[in-house]
Design a protein around this ligand. Structure first.
Ligand SMILES: Nc1nc2c(ncn2[C@@H]2O[C@H](COP(=O)(O)OP(=O)(O)OP(=O)(O)O)[C@@H](O)[C@H]2O)c(=O)[nH]1
Ligand SMILES: [Mg+2]
Length: 489
């Protein structure tokens, strides 16, 4: 039986054990959550670019950036049939809020509520992007007021260890001791401790890293790779990808007017354009003959950043992109957005069932601990049994151990192990390092070879104990792939 079905059965059992108690409702919510989209929180320090990145992922400018009271409230963005905003006050029952939409940006009217009185906002928005994930925007951890930081902590590291989010995208700007501490606390939970599996790192505002020079993204990639290999970071997040969030957001919401304005800069001879783009002040004031008002120039800066204006005008001049559609595609690629989407796809969405089961079992374990009832001991044993034996959890554990440096070996062996157990993506192709178009016979042959390789290692008396345990898990992973491939023939 699959992990998610086992989890579902155990939940059904729990619902009957706790029928008529105060826990029944919470259990029903846990059960319903299994079938809902994956909940992914976007977290990080103040002004790390969280809301901007979230908008880029949704493809609309829904989350407020910069100023505004609502940046201080945990806000959920979920798919639905109607456009609706609901506030859950700290005290009292949820209520609908009025909102307006101007230039694509939604402006929520809190009415007589103050930001600190609101536990959370839920924005329901019909959106293709939100069909598979519910995104949770969080106020920055760090310098803002205590209470706001606490509400984000509460979301990610709740006291009862039942995390409202199934996974998290953690934005890092400059690695700071608090960042690491924050990640550690988030992962300090039962099923996978510490788990890099439900967290990915984004090196945000990547365009600013090389001071906005055209090669900024290349510098950002180097830094992200270095961070991703840092043992302190590796044991906390799966991988670190650089994203220029502002450019990504603009890429997916680009307007024809903006492209027309950029064309004027692209029409300048290279030298003159470079001179104009030397600094923000220069760009806003110089070359009045360009036919762009300073307001229009400021608007371009706010949407693209200096790096983005340099990059897009260069792309237009070199005819790499001609139309708004082409430009949008090019920018989504160059900003790192496409890469981030791929990573979210392979590390979160394809692991959806495991992440969902994990959240549900954590909640269930917590309930059985807090309230004893006839049948609850058996239930607790069942949960423990699933957590201890289900293969996907074993893979998570090996992955965490690898990342924590507990399982060691030759670099290529460790890399192979990490790949085979799904560390870089869950599909057979990714596990076996084949291209996405690999055929079933090719995949089967590669899986058979991997199986032999890992069986040998598991049986070799010279293999260290930790590696033997890990190798057995890898063997199971290979057998699982072969079974799956056999079914698909
Ligand atoms: N240059 C550049 N600026 C960015 C980028 N991402 C965000 N910004 C700017 O940084 C400021 C803060 O962005 P937000 O997305 O509101 O950041 P946040 O982390 O949600 O901020 P809080 O919710 O207030 O903690 C805005 O002025 C954005 O335009 C980026 O990738 N590059
Ligand atoms: Mg924000």
């Amino acid at each position: 039986m699959s992990l998610i079905d086992r989890t579902r059965n155990t939940l059904a059992q729990a619902l009957s054990v706790y029928a008529g108690t105060g826990y029944h409702e919470r259990l029903a919510a846990v059960r319903d959550r299994l079938d809902e989209p994956l909940r992914v929180a976007v977290a990080g320090r103040v002004k790390a670019g969280k809301s901007t990145l979230l908008n880029a992922l949704i493809g609309e400018r829904l989350a407020p950036t910069d100023a505004g009271e609502c940046t201080r409230v945990v806000t959920w963005y979920q798919d639905g049939h109607a456009y609706r905003v609901t506030a859950t006050p700290q005290q009292g029952s949820p209520r609908r809020l009025r909102f307006t939409r101007d230039d694509g940006v939604i402006d929520i009217d809190l009415g007589d509520l103050r930001a600190e009185d609101v536990a959370q906002l839920v924005v329901t928005w019909p959106s293709q992007a939100l069909r598979s994930v519910t995104l949770i925007d969080t106020p920055g951890i760090g310098s803002l007021s205590e209470q706001i930081s606490r509400s984000t902590w509460g979301l990610l590291v709740p006291d009862d260890e039942e995390t409202p989010a199934d996974a998290v995208i953690y934005l890092l700007r400059h690695l700071h001791a608090n960042d690491v501490e924050f990640l550690r606390a988030f992962h300090d939970t039962e099923v996978s401790r510490p788990s890099p599996v439900n967290a990915i790192g984004v090196l945000s505002r990547a365009d600013e890293i090389g001071a906005g020079r055209l090669d900024s993204m290349a510098s950002a990639r180097r830094i992200a790779t270095r961070l991703g290999n840092d043992p302190n970071v590796r044991r906390l997040v799966q991988s670190v990808v650089p994203v220029a969030g502002l450019l990504a957001e603009t890429a997916v919401t680009l307007t024809e007017t903006e492209v027309a304005h950029l064309r004027r800069i692209a029409a300048l001879p290279v030298r003159q354009a470079e001179d104009l783009l030397l600094s923000v002040d220069r760009f806003v004031q110089a070359r009045p003959e360009l036919g762009l008002t300073s307001l229009e120039r400021e608007a371009l800066l706010a949407r693209f950043g200096l790096f983005g204006v340099r990059l897009t005008s260069t792309l237009l001049r070199r005819a790499v992109a001609g139309t708004a559609t082409e430009l949008s595609r090019e920018l989504a690629e160059r900003s790192g957005l496409n890469h981030l989407r791929e990573i979210i796809g392979s590390l979160f969405l394809e692991r959806r069932d495991v992440l969902k089961s994990r959240s549900a079992l954590l909640a269930l374990a917590d309930i059985t601990r807090s309230c004893e009832r006839p049948g609850s001991a058996a239930l607790a044993a069942e949960v423990e049994g699933i957590v201890a034996s289900a293969h996907p959890f074993n893979e998570l554990r090996v992955l965490s151990s690898l990342r924590a440096g507990w399982v060691t070996g030759k670099a290529d062996v460790v890399a192979d192990l990490e790949q085979v157990i799904g560390g870089s993506g869950n599909s057979a192709g990714q596990r076996l390092r084949l291209t996405p178009d690999a055929s079933v016979p090719e995949l089967t042959a590669a899986a058979e070879q991997a199986l032999v390789r890992w069986q040998r290692r598991a049986e070799n008396p010279m293999t260290a104990y930790e590696m033997t345990v890990a190798a057995r898990v890898a063997v199971r992973s290979c057998e699982g792939m072969l079974a799956e491939l056999g079914r698909s023939r």
